[in-house]
Ligand binder design. Structure first.
Ligand code: DC
Length: 212
């Protein structure tokens, strides 16, 4: 089974992806980490995030086994990843890796921006996770505070709005809900309610298949 989860920044899709994968015994790929790793490689080498030639070279040289979530999940790298991910040649260089990951048994949960639309258009289950920007900003700010950082929530909200705009208006594989994706709005849900709702979606689809 392949489960595709897409959604905007700080929608909770990563946590949901992880928990769905554990529930169904599937492998999990947070595809945002791939773009973040390319961005980090560019920053470390002193290149700009919109340097397409350097970005493609970095994308081809990636070793996902070496990804360190803590260093990749910073605000600065997220911003650079949003820029790097708008480059079509970078997306093309990362396509095969993501498709291969999804195709390997017993299947996988992939979360990102274009999983249901571009990477796995034939996924068994597609979920589009979203939440009001203010709620996403509050959650992200709470995460930062838990890491001991001083946070201006209004700034976090402004960043989220800017990233939403960039990720959904770019020409290459923009963030959008696939026509056959199930919408999961977690604005008024805590994480365990959201996981339950996602499992309900998967089960409803499986039950539908079983009858068909
Ligand atoms: O989900 P995230 O915040 O870790 O993603 C970082 C950036 O990478 C995001 O701004 C857009 C980009 N991205 C993408 O374009 N396609 C994906 N499948 C995943 C992430």
């Amino acid at each position: 089974m392949i489960i595709a989860i897409d959604g905007p920044a700080a929608s909770g899709k990563g946590t949901l992806g992880k928990m769905l994968a554990a529930h169904y015994g599937l492998r999990h790929l947070d595809t945002g980490l791939i773009y973040r790793a390319v961005a980090k490689a560019l920053i470390d080498a002193g290149n700009r995030p919109d340097d397409e030639t350097a970005a493609v070279a970095a994308a081809r040289a990636l070793d996902p086994a070496q990804f360190d979530e803590t260093t990749l999940k910073t605000h600065q790298i997220g911003e650079a990843a949003s820029v790097v991910s708008a480059l079509p040649a970078v997306r093309a260089a990362l396509l095969a890796f993501q498709r291969d990951f999804a195709a390997r048994p017993p299947g996988a949960v992939l979360d990102g921006r274009d999983i249901g639309t571009v990477i796995c258009p034939h996924a068994d289950v597609k979920i589009y996770v979203t939440a009001a920007p203010e709620v996403r900003a509050r959650r992200r700010a709470a995460e930062y505070r838990a890491q001991g950082k001083i946070v201006d929530e209004a700034e976090v909200l402004a960043d989220i709005r800017r990233r939403d705009a960039r990720d959904s208006t770019r020409l290459a594989a923009p963030l959008k809900q696939a026509p056959d994706a199930h919408l999961l709005d977690t604005t008024n849900m805590d994480i365990s309610t959201a996981v339950r709702a996602a499992i309900d979606i998967v089960e409803a689809i499986r039950a539908g298949r079983g009858r068909g």
